[in-house]
Design a protein around this ligand. Structure first.
Ligand code: GAR
Length: 192
């Protein structure tokens, strides 16, 4: 269908909290002619997030929210999402948990990337726990976001072999490279 003349890219927002390497990768992906998404907004809970620099670099509007009052922050986000007619959300290293109410408003339209082979190693400090447990493999997962943390339907996964010399740091780097491959691929899988 999308290959037909005049297809419209899905208006999307990316939520970040830190470095933003996935954000940068998704922006580059969205700028491809045949990409199914167009990134219209960057949301962050952290005004110091390094990834916010991509807002200026790629001329994408950003909005920074203080999550001290979670409910108010989400209300403000919803307002701007509706105003900008966003109908797809990619979480990319966004370290806040969205409420049930928020997720309900974008049912089936929020996806996340997590640095483990879900359902293993949900939550934080994934790489440290994986190394500590002497796992042979880890990886990354793109999944739909539901109100259960890191438990929504899996869209795509990529496995990574852990070497004896790997640290949490080297593993993180290895897995990030794979994240940059599967996040766009997962988006194509569900939106193409
Ligand atoms: C990525 O490894 C992502 O999988 C992880 O944070 C990192 C963000 O890197 N996300 C989570 O841990 C979510 N629970 P980035 O800012 O360079 O994209």
């Amino acid at each position: 269908m999308r290959k037909l003349i005049g297809f419209k890219k899905t208006r999307s927002a990316v939520f970040i909290s830190g470095t933003g390497s996935n954000l940068k990768n998704l922006i580059k992906f969205s700028n491809k002619k045949n990409s199914p998404i167009s990134i219209k907004l960057i949301i962050s809970n952290n005004k110091k997030a390094k990834g916010l620099k991509y807002s200026n670099q790629y001329k994408i509007k950003k909005k920074i929210l203080n999550f001290k009052n979670h409910k108010t922050a989400e209300k403000k986000i919803l307002k701007i999402l509706f105003k900008k007619k966003i109908n797809f959300i990619c979480l990319a290293g966004f370290m806040k948990i969205l409420s049930k109410n928020f997720i309900k408003k974008f049912k089936g339209k929020i996806i996340n990337i997590h640095p483990s082979l879900l359902p293993k190693y949900k939550g934080l400090n994934t790489h440290v726990r994986v190394i500590k447990n002497k796992e042979k493999f880890s990886g990354c997962t793109v999944h739909f976001v539901t109100s259960k943390l890191d438990a929504g339907k899996i869209i795509m996964q990529k496995k990574v072999k852990i070497a004896a010399k790997d640290s949490a740091f080297s593993l993180k780097k290895k897995i990030l490279k794979k994240e940059h491959i599967i996040y766009p691929a997962a988006i194509r899988k569900i939106l193409n």
